[in-house]
Design a protein around this ligand. Structure first.
Ligand code: FEO
Ligand code: CA
Ligand code: CA
Length: 741
């Protein structure tokens, strides 16, 4: 997510443990000033005078074809649709010849007997309704008789993340001040987590099955098992689980993954801000524990507490509220009488079997603890380890991959007990972090005590593998990983096996950094100013980029790789030599790539935006892309003057045949999450937090809402005066063809 722009919640997203004192984007974005020139202002004028500095050289070429899994039929042209124009309309716009239909929105009933959603702030019982802020999702096919069938096109379970809450719309007059009423906290906790929802198709279109026995809600309070190296660890002892084997809830669920054995993985992203830590708590804790708190954004001093984003810990003495205070309040030596370790229970990849509504849920701690986004699997190869790629979305954080100890057996693809198969592949293995070298090579650095850089780290003495699983960021610091521009989703190209990572933006990237700012490097080469009128509204890597990685020898478990930058986000009118390095036109320009999913049917790469920079020109959007391969472009040198020059590797420039805007969403939302029917003919995407800047003070006057979607599209109560709702949209092609043709 990007932070809600006008709300004080902003400090709880995009958490920055590097302690930047930069002004945040969020405070300046709401001013919808007229279009501006990029690279004007102080930096820009200096640059335009100084440049010429473009140099081209051939990169190592690679003839490996970018094959789609199912070739287009002779009558089908992928990217044959007409590009959708940038738009500020409060509408969901798809290309001519396509239809978009809302199929599930925040608050919709998922179980029998649950009343219809009134959408006026008086609804309750969200543990039996769709949660809020729909995010990543995955498709799990069901046969006509209700058995798992990965190839099923007519009946499916969708596993969906509910990242956070558009808090003002959940209550009649918006959220109350602290202390928060328990009734409001209960609603908000229940709106978080994950939903498993059955959809069935009739007449070519899917609809939600309200009372399906498969439907399930996992909330911020659902019991979850701790699995992997941190299970039973001293750092996870709580009053709720003195043996450190359980916790409650999965929080701020952002990206997703689908395992080769048919389970849902959900990534816990900006969880740290849900927990209150009292001023003075640092004096009660060890130096090592305080180092860990600081690295995960919960530092306190004698006078400054770490406030929580929603104040759930203020709702009473009941244990379900007290747990949100991660201060030492008890007198035990090990933390079994309080929630001093509760923060360590979040930040994982959590595994859910969508096919069994009563199955245990497990946090897979071997995959590390950070601001998780998606988990993308390499195509499994019999006899080889299973490999999953991941990103940590905060400024200057890292890219990771997990390589299982067990080797893949095809017999595990459709097992009777999916969670047991998860135990086999996800609880033992090696977690690596990426170092991107300036010469286009890279290394995967192991986060184990066998790595001397980790074992001998002066800043933090790791006790064991469980300590590394819990304090992954510190281990990655020790290993020497490369600070990236906010790694969001990743995806594995189904034809080439190359891995694409969105780097959404980074206001902390500079050519001449001070304080906690990070200097431009080959893999994060841009730092510039975005100017509207006379005002510089953003600096750093304003529009984000997509880096891609080719593991050595086509072996996903390899410890070295080559890389290039597949695509740079930019405005089409920005400097072609310093900003718009991929040559984007008005049919392609975008900012802040976030969601990224490859279609297993068409091979298309879907790119979704969560943007606060280009939003004076367009609402957030989704593009369809046909990428090539690492090294298909050229080396480019960005000469910033004053002796600062960075040579990066840019993928082949975009063309109408390789990149096209497919949809634009309604006002003040992000497009996120994508799944499809196996035949590629039905695509689901999520619209998150439309109308997010609407203030509680304006709830009584619908004319002041900044969005009314999807009510204004005919979905649900309220019509064109409705409170906006996060929602799932089904996209079909009117001629029955595959999506993206
Ligand atoms: Fe929830 Fe990093 O987006
Ligand atoms: Ca985001
Ligand atoms: Ca995201």
């Amino acid at each position: 997510m990007n932070a809600p722009h006008d709300l004080p919640l902003s400090s709880f997203d995009d958490e920055d443990s590097n302690r930047s004192d930069n002004p945040r984007f969020d405070t300046v974005l709401a001013a919808r000033l007229s279009r501006r020139g990029v690279l004007r202002g102080s930096l820009g004028s200096a640059l335009t005078a100084a440049f010429g500095g473009l140099s081209l050289a051939a990169c190592g070429s690679d003839d490996e074809a970018a094959a789609a899994p199912v070739p287009a039929a002779p009558t089908e042209t992928l990217l044959g649709f007409t590009a959708v124009s940038k738009s500020l309309a409060d509408a969901f716009t798809v290309p001519e010849g396509y239809t978009a239909t809302v199929v599930l929105a925040c608050g919709d009933p998922l179980f029998a007997g649950v009343p219809a959603y009134r959408n006026d702030g008086t609804d309750t019982g969200y543990d039996k309704r769709s949660g809020d802020c729909h995010d990543g999702m995955e498709y799990f096919g069901l046969s006509a008789t209700g058995t798992p069938d990965a190839g099923a096109n007519d009946r499916a379970l969708i596993g969906m993340n509910h990242e956070y809450v558009s808090q003002q719309f959940l209550h009649a007059r918006g959220p109350s001040a602290l202390p928060r009423p328990a009734s409001e906290t209960d609603i908000e906790v229940d709106c978080h987590g994950v939903a498993i929802v059955e959809f069935a198709k009739t007449g070519g279109k899917f609809a939600c099955v309200q009372a399906s026995p498969f439907n399930r809600r996992i909330t911020g309070l659902t019991e979850i098992q701790i699995a992997g190296p941190a299970r039973g660890h001293a750092l996870l002892v709580t009053k709720y689980s003195p043996d450190a084997t359980r916790t409650r809830g999965t929080l701020n669920n952002c990206g997703t993954g689908k395992t080769p054995w048919g389970t849902l993985l959900t990534g816990e992203e900006n969880w740290t801000g849900y927990f209150y830590r009292a001023a003075g708590d640092q004096a009660l804790r060890s130096a090592k524990v305080n180092t860990a708190f600081a690295r995960y954004g919960r530092n306190v001093t004698a006078t400054a507490a770490a406030a929580s984003r929603y104040g759930w810990e203020t709702s009473g003495s009941d244990d379900k509220y007290a747990r949100w205070n991660t201060s030492q309040t008890g007198s035990s030596a090990n933390g079994s009488d309080d929630y001093r370790h509760e923060l360590n229970g979040q930040g994982y990849i959590t595994e859910i079997d969508p096919y069994r509504a009563a199955s245990a849920i497990k946090k897979r701690t071997a995959l590390g603890r950070f601001a998780h986004e998606s988990a993308a699997f390499a195509t499994p190869v019999a006899g080889q380890p299973v490999v999953a790629y991941m990103g940590d979305d905060a400024q200057g954080e890292y890219i990771y991959k997990f390589v299982s100890a067990a080797t893949w057996s095809a017999a595990d693809a459709n097992p009777a007990d999916r969670i047991a198969v998860g135990d086999k592949y996800l609880d033992a293995g090696t977690l690596y972090v990426a170092r991107f070298n300036d010469d286009g090579s890279g290394q995967w650095l192991p986060l184990t005590l066998a790595n001397p850089a980790v074992a001998g780290y002066a800043t933090y003495a790791f006790a064991d593998a469980g300590d590394i699983a819990i304090n992954t960021r510190l281990a990655a610091d020790a290993a020497g990983a490369t600070k990236m521009d906010r790694p969001e989703w990743c995806g594995v190209h189904p034809g080439t096996g190359e891995v694409y990572f969105t780097l959404t933006n980074n206001s902390n990237r500079r050519t001449a950094p001070t304080g906690s700012q990070t200097k431009v490097d080959a893999a994060n080469p841009r730092a510039y100013s975005d100017v509207r009128g006379a005002a510089t509204v953003q600096q750093g890597n304003v529009n984000g980029h997509i880096v891609r990685v080719k593991d050595a020898g086509g072996n996903a478990a390899a410890t070295s790789f080559t890389w290039d930058v597949y695509l740079f986000g930019a405005e089409s009118t920005a400097s072609a030599t310093m900003v718009n390095l991929s040559g984007l036109t008005g049919e392609q320009d975008f900012s802040s790539p976030d969601g990224l999913v490859f279609s297993k049917s068409t091979g298309l790469c879907w790119i979704q935006t969560d943007d606060g920079a280009f939003t004076d020109a367009s609402n957030c959007m989704m593009l369809a892309a046909r990428p090539g391969t690492v090294g298909d472009g050229a080396a480019v040198t960005l000469d910033y003057g004053s002796g600062v020059a960075v040579t990066t590797r840019v993928g082949k420039k975009a063309s109408p045949a390789t990149l096209k805007r497919f949809l634009v969403g309604p006002a003040e939302q992000e497009i996120t999450g994508l799944c499809e029917s196996p035949d590629g003919k039905v695509l689901f995407v999520n619209v998150q937090h439309p109308g997010e800047s609407t203030s509680s003070a304006n709830l009584a006057d619908p004319s002041k809402y900044t969005s009314h979607w999807p009510g204004n599209a005919g979905y649900g109560a309220g019509g064109s005066a409705a409170r906006p709702r996060s929602a799932t949209v089904m996209i079909t092609k009117n001629d029955g063809g595959r999506i993206g043709s």
